[in-house]
Each structure stands twice: as structure tokens, then as C-alpha cells.
Design a protein around this ligand. Structure first.
Ligand SMILES: *[C@@H]1O[C@H](CO)[C@@H](O)[C@H](O)[C@H]1NC(C)=O
Length: 337
């Protein structure tokens, strides 16, 4: 009998999985059942790691369920259920549910554990206590620690529609960056005078040193073109990536693009993607003062300790030679394995 009741309870909740979520339900008064503010309002982790989003009960109502959802800003109003649980049962939903569990380190613990984080797991998560009388919720932000890199197509500046921008980021082991990720990258030193697509379909670029060609003498900041036509308008892309499971190494030599690929294969590796090189630069302080081919046909090198003879730019960063003639045997190879 008890089991039936549980199943009924869970099934009735299933029907709400695509229902509109009512923002007016957001709690303004002090919470009775959930610990507020949460232990951490923001949890930070890298791709591949596990994260725990805290949600602790202060008091237990007699009957309740815990419902974890991911709030999708780009999908306003839609509710994305990850799991619903009560004392007896746990029901996961969707691709996040498959990697999620409740921590349950004690009887008041409803914290959500997510395994093997993906790049697009970042965002706001809601822990909701549902008891049929007065539902309560707290919101935790999961931030994937990573790096934003601008990407310009081999054909030149401003050649990518939104959908193509999404594809090129995926091809370079990344995703289109969110506005928050670009903003954070700007605070960390990204100055880039070419506008690029972001995940929400808007177009922006970050400027630290104001100059006439880059939005004039406005204050430093993120320059905005607002929302653009995803099918018609063409710009560059801002991609976001994080830690990788493999590592990048440099093979020195004077290779054509094809020879560079073979040089990596001899080591049981492949030419690295742009995202791999940025990730190594960001997380391993990778520093190599030699241009090397990457799999997309571009030539780049990562600098963590800026010095006169390595590009002459005072800031750390990944430098680019663009897309040189693939036949020219002039560069080394960045390999990934
Ligand atoms: C993540 O959690 C799983 C199982 O819960 C564990 O096997 C794995 O070692 C954890 N990974 C890390 C990076 O902590």
C-alpha cells in the first residue's frame, strides 16, 4: 500500500515536468523548513569533477518531497526537473538526473551530488521542499570554472551564424560562452576587439583598453550589440571550455600542417584542439614560446609568463598566427592525448 502511494505521488509530479514554473512562488519571507541562506550560495567546480549543491532541512514537515530543478535562463519559465525524492523513493529525470544523487549524509540532508560535470552543467539550481501546504525553495549557483576563448573562422572575421558559432565551439572542445562567463573573463583580462556570439543569441565583445576602433572612448567594459538574428547575422564566437582529461604537449620542428599531424600520431596523440590549448594554458600554466599547428589548421602558442621575445604583449594569453598556408613547413605541433 505504501509503495503504491509513493508511486502515485511521484507520478503525479511527473505531469508537472514541463509545466510552466511560477516565479511568484519565489519565497520572500523567512523559510521555515529549509536552511537559508544555503551553506554555499555558489559552488565552483571544473568539468569532470563532482559537485555537491547544499540543501539542508531545519525542520521536517510530516510529509514532504524534495524536488531539484535546473533553472534555464534561455528557456524562461520552463522547469527542468533533475529528481524528485521522498523518504522512500528517488526518481531521476533527464541527462542530469542520470548523473545525480542525494548526498543524505544525515537525516536532514537533501544536498544534490552531480558526478562528472559537463561544460553546460553551470547555472542556477533550485532545491524545493514540497509539502502541499507551503512549498519552500532555495537557489544555488553552480559555476563551472573555465576559460573563454574567442574563435574566428578560417574564412575570416564575422563569418559565423549563431548556429555555426555553436558548432565551431563544440568542434574546439567548448560550448558558446554565457554572458556571465564572458564578463568574468573580462575581469580576468580578456580584451578582444571582435564581436562574438554568446549562448543566449546576443553579440558582445570585452574591452579593457578603450580605443577608437573598439567602441570609441567608452569606459572599459563589455560592449553589446544586443540580440541578433541567429540565421542571418554573422559574427565570431566566444567559446567556453574547462579542464580536460588529457594533456597537451609540444613537438618542435618545422612542419607543414600534415607533417604536424603525423608528428603527433608518432606519439600516439592527435593535434590538439583550440580548447585543449586554452585549457592547458589556464589550468597548467602552459607556456611555450613556439608557434604550433592545431587541428583546425590554426597556429598558436600559449604564454603564461609574458616576455619580450614571445610576442611582446605584456599580458599572458594564447597568441595566434591565424591560419597560415598549410603547406608551409614553418611550425611545430601541439599534440593532445
Ligand atoms: C565522483 O564520484 C564518483 C562516485 O560517486 C567517484 O567514483 C569518483 O571518484 C568521484 N570523482 C572525483 C573526481 O572525485
Amino acid at each position: 500500500m505504501m509503495n503504491c502511494a509513493v508511486i502515485l505521488l511521484l507520478t503525479s509530479s511527473c505531469f508537472t515536468s514541463s509545466a510552466l514554473y511560477n516565479p511568484n512562488r519565489a519565497v520572500t519571507s523567512k523559510l521555515k523548513y529549509l536552511l537559508e541562506p544555503p551553506v554555499y550560495a555558489e559552488v565552483v567546480a571544473r568539468r569532470g569533477q563532482n559537485a555537491t549543491l547544499p540543501c539542508i532541512l531545519r525542520t521536517k514537515p510530516r510529509h514532504y518531497k524534495v524536488k531539484w530543478t535546473k533553472l534555464e535562463p534561455e528557456n524562461m519559465g520552463r522547469e527542468n526537473i533533475i529528481m524528485i525524492s521522498n523518504a522512500q523513493a528517488f526518481k531521476p529525470y533527464g541527462h542530469l538526473g542520470a548523473r545525480a544523487s542525494l548526498r543524505r549524509s544525515h537525516s536532514m540532508d537533501a544536498s544534490l551530488q552531480i558526478r562528472r560535470l559537463l561544460l553546460d552543467d553551470g547555472g542556477k539550481y533550485r532545491c524545493e521542499l514540497v509539502n502541499g501546504i507551503e512549498d519552500e525553495s532555495v537557489v544555488i549557483t553552480l559555476r563551472i570554472e573555465g576559460v573563454v576563448f574567442p574563435y574566428q573562422s578560417e574564412d575570416g572575421r564575422y563569418r559565423l551564424t549563431f548556429h555555426e558559432a555553436k558548432e565551431v565551439c563544440a568542434e574546439q572542445d567548448g560550448i558558446l560562452a554565457s554572458y556571465h562567463q564572458l564578463y568574468r573573463a573580462w575581469t580576468e583580462g580578456l580584451d578582444w576587439c571582435n564581436a562574438g556570439w554568446l549562448q543566449d543569441g546576443t553579440v558582445h565583445y570585452p574591452i579593457i583598453q578603450p580605443r577608437p576602433a573598439c567602441g570609441g572612448q567608452l569606459l572599459p567594459g563589455i560592449r553589446s550589440y544586443g540580440a541578433k538574428d541567429k540565421n542571418q547575422d554573422r559574427f565570431d564566437a566566444f567559446c567556453f571550455t574547462s579542464q580536460t582529461s588529457g594533456s597537451v604537449s609540444f613537438v618542435s620542428g618545422s612542419f607543414s600542417f600534415e607533417q604536424a599531424g603525423h608528428a603527433c600520431q608518432r606519439q600516439g596523440a592527435e593535434l590538439a584542439l583550440v580548447g585543449h590549448l586554452y585549457s592547458a594554458w589556464r589550468f597548467q600554466n602552459y607556456d611555450q614560446c613556439d608557434g604550433g599547428w592545431l587541428r583546425d589548421g590554426s597556429v598558436r602558442f600559449p604564454i603564461s609568463n609574458p616576455r619580450e621575445l614571445c610576442g611582446g604583449i605584456p599580458e599572458a594569453g594564447v597568441r595566434s598566427f591565424g591560419f597560415p598556408n598549410k603547406m608551409k613547413p614553418l611550425f611545430g605541433a601541439y599534440c593532445y592525448m
